[in-house]
Design a protein around this ligand. Structure first.
Ligand SMILES: C[S@@+](CC[C@H](N)C(=O)[O-])C[C@H]1O[C@@H](n2cnc3c(N)ncnc32)[C@H](O)[C@@H]1O
Length: 248
């Protein structure tokens, strides 16, 4: 992967002191929703997964929260960023963390019951090979991405925000489902989430910003509850699905 993209990930995990605590709290807040999604989606599998690989695991917080919920018995993380690997290695819920090249997993076919690609594919220049590689190594795969092919996210300011955090793709639900199919998987279950109030308000630094964030969160929840599919075309929701080997 290009060096400048690699630097984006190193920087995201390299904040010091107060910033590190703040970003750590942010990642943990977001991971609560992600862990809820994985827990819901694995109900579609015939058996609860025992072994889990989190591919692009970041600082390992999602595996930690899954561990605390009793999801999986053996949890491994694979990650590009050296700094994130060091953060993840310190977590007792994770048996092993390995630095990987973003392309290949050093394991035999079907080594894991479940693979997780959480907020990874939108960062990868060509996402299909990594999804195929995860599907090779894992007997089922949870994919979660933000659906950013919508009206609100098409504003130039939104594009600048995506550039800063390394999003290379603006996926629609159809795009993700096409990737899943191209990787030889069927979608066994899927969900979308407009995200809770706490996520929308986390970075609001002033009373005014907080009120605006509260209104935005409430408005989105109302629209989403009335018309979830059209809502995807208006603003960003998170989409998660579980893919299993295609029956075809
Ligand atoms: C936003 S973080 C997500 C971390 C974690 N999965 C989560 O949900 O919090 C994006 C992750 O994508 C992975 N990633 C970014 N670019 C990649 C690439 N080109 N190939 C493979 N993985 C990549 C990195 O490991 C990075 O930690």
């Amino acid at each position: 992967m290009p060096a400048e993209l690699r630097d984006v990930y190193e920087q995201q995990y390299s904040a010091s002191d107060a910033d590190a605590r703040r970003y750590g709290a942010w990642r943990e807040l977001c991971a609560q929703g992600k862990a809820d999604h994985v827990t819901r989606l694995i109900a579609a599998l015939p058996e609860r997964p025992r072994t889990i690989a989190d591919v692009g695991c970041g600082d390992g917080v999602l595996l930690t929260l899954l561990g605390r919920r009793g999801v999986g018995e053996v949890r491994h993380g694979y990650e590009l960023s050296e700094r994130a690997v060091r953060l993840a290695e310190g977590r007792p819920e994770i048996a092993r963390v390995e630095r990987f090249d973003g392309e290949s997993l050093p394991v035999a076919d079907g080594s894991y019951d479940l693979g997780v690609l959480s907020h990874v594919l939108e960062h990868v220049p060509d996402p299909l090979p990594l999804l195929r590689e995860t599907a090779r190594a894992c007997r089922a795969v949870v994919v979660e991405v933000p659906l950013e092919d919508n009206l609100t996210a098409s504003r130039p300011s939104a594009q600048a925000g995506r550039d800063a955090i390394g999003h290379l793709h603006r996926f629609s639900r159809g795009d993700v489902r096409a990737l899943i199919a191209a990787a030889g998987l069927d979608v066994a279950a899927e969900l979308t989430d407009p995200l809770p109030r706490t996520v929308h308000t986390f970075f609001a630094a002033t009373a005014t910003a907080r009120i605006k964030a509260e209104i935005k969160a409430a408005g989105r929840r109302i629209v989403f509850s009335l018309a979830p599919r059209p809502a995807e075309r208006l603003f960003t929701v998170h989409y998660a699905c579980i893919g299993v080997p295609s029956a075809a």
